[in-house]
Design a binder for this molecule. Structure first.
Ligand code: C2E
Ligand code: MG
Ligand code: MG
Length: 431
């Protein structure tokens, strides 16, 4: 079958609706003619539950019935099934109000059950869905369209709970901003243009700075700083975090190698639990230490709870091996994850870093203060050393010392700084 411009129309075999490929073709054709259009994305949820409860055949029949409904919903719209649980309606340009009315009609239909027939019986099946709406801009490329859909779905999943998401200007600029950050991150990975800063950590027992954490810094090509809080999660989502961590680790080893007299016992590097499981992990660390002539005991690895997802036994083995070489591990951001505490504490960590959110509890209520005290006691009984993160005020320092939190990292003592500044900072402290 062909359409007017003789592009083949491919169809979803189950529902007979046009498929993803044809959707793109149709959109491109519309865009080429400068046509404004709008898209309603109907995303089914809990389809697996329908299959489990009513059987796969009924699930398939439900999809066909939904397809039929969307096909005949309104003659001005074309219906597509673009993946197993996603339908799309492509309609003509309209006002925001008209789009809302159209979605409302569909939403109301989805609030009712679908009478699905099979084997002479009719089952009443409930199909849950959420709806995303956006206008197509004639300047949109295919990539824009894909980005819009992916961004809309991820925004929907992260914050929208009402069932409908309108992809408005705010979301468009949010998407463009994310795209900018991802591009800058990719560029920096390719050209290794990240900088590494160091934040000194104060040891309360020794009354001096004995360690530092390395923290990555990125500037866009226009010179503006991009916060790790923004680009690190995106790097994780887009498979760039591995490269980034190795770039930082190498820069840290290079820095330690060129400053053998640095009056710090160690510098820590942030890595992920997944990286620890990489068979090349140990070898790459050893190569870097050797290349820059750095003792293993000067390096520490920080791992957050949330990145240790499974295979505790293997993680434990790697940690034990590196610990023997003097490279100890810190459990980062303790207090922010929900994972199994006993599994986590069965790993040979040297240090537990209390996250800033936990530390802040000390300021808020007596209960918070007591909780930190109890947690600190448990950690000390198990021979862990504690670093309190994000300490900003004198009263937090007092509380931390009262509860015998061993080390303090925070703006109160020092902000992260470039390597040269760290060298001068530590020299000044020694005077
Ligand atoms: P993190 O590893 O928990 O690092 C501590 C964060 O707390 C740093 O934020 C640091 O600048 C900030 N901080 C320290 N003291 C204070 C304080 O007193 N107040 C406040 N408000 N913040 C304080 P930063 O540098 O923005 O990094 C954020 C996160 O990004 C890090 O959290 C870490 O998870 C990640 N990250 C940073 N550098 C790297 C890296 O080289 N590799 C990887 N994989 N992740 C990194
Ligand atoms: Mg850290
Ligand atoms: Mg942390």
């Amino acid at each position: 079958m062909t359409d007017q411009t003789s592009n083949p129309v491919s169809r979803d075999p189950m529902t007979g609706l046009r498929d993803w490929r044809t959707f793109f073709q149709d959109v491109k054709k519309g865009i080429a003619h400068g046509i404004h259009a709008h898209v309603i994305l109907v995303q089914l949820i809990q389809l697996k539950r329908v299959n489990r409860k009513h059987g796969i055949q009924t699930g398939n029949k439900l999809l066909c019935d939904i397809g039929e409904y969307l096909k005949t919903f309104d003659p001005r719209y074309t219906a597509y099934r673009t993946n197993s649980s996603r339908f799309i309606l492509l309609g003509p340009d309209c006002t925001q109000q008209q789009a809302e009315d159209a979605i409302d009609r569909i939403r109301i239909r989805f609030q009712e059950n679908w009478p699905v027939e099979g084997d002479g019986v009719t089952q009443e099946v409930s199909a849950k869905a959420y709806f995303i709406h956006f206008f197509l801009d004639p300047r949109d490329t295919e990539i824009d369209l894909l980005d819009k859909m992916n961004h809309a779905v991820s925004v929907y999943l992260s914050r929208e709970k009402r069932g409908i998401l309108f992809f408005n200007e705010e979301l468009t600029s949010d998407m463009l901003h994310k795209r900018y950050i991802l591009n800058e991150t990719r560029y920096a990975v390719e050209h290794k243009t990240f900088q590494v800063y160091y934040q000194p950590i104060y040891d309360c027992g020794e009354a001096r700075f004995t360690s530092a954490e390395s923290l990555i810094r990125l500037r866009g090509r226009d010179g503006s700083p991009i916060s790790p809080g923004e680009f690190i999660p995106m790097a994780e989502e887009n498979g760039l975090i591995d490269n980034i961590s190795w770039i930082v680790l190498e820069k840290v080893c290079e820095f330690l190698g060129s400053h053998p007299e640095l009056p710090l016992k160690s510098v820590s590097v942030n890595m992920t639990g997944q990286q620890v499981l990489d068979p090349t992990f140990v070898g790459r660390i050893e190569n870097n230490l050797e290349k820059y002539q750095v003792e293993g005991s000067r390096l520490r690895i920080e791992i957050t709870e949330r990145t240790i997802t499974d295979d505790f036994d293997e993680v434990r083995k790697v940690m034990a091996y590196l610990s023997k070489r003097g490279i100890q591990f810190y459990l980062d951001d303790f207090g922010t994850g929900y994972s199994n505490l006993s599994s986590m504490l069965s790993l040979p960590f040297e240090v537990i870093k209390f996250d800033q959110s936990l530390v802040k509890m000390m300021d808020e209520t007596d209960k918070g203060l007591r909780t930190i005290g109890l947690l600190a006691d448990i950690m000390h009984e198990n021979d862990y050393c504690i670093v309190a993160e994000g300490i900003e005020t004198a009263s937090q320092v007092r509380n931390a010392q009262e509860h015998k939190l061993d080390r303090i990292q925070g703006y109160y003592y020092a902000k992260p700084m470039p390597g040269d500044a760290l060298v001068s900072f530590l020299a000044q402290q020694a005077e």
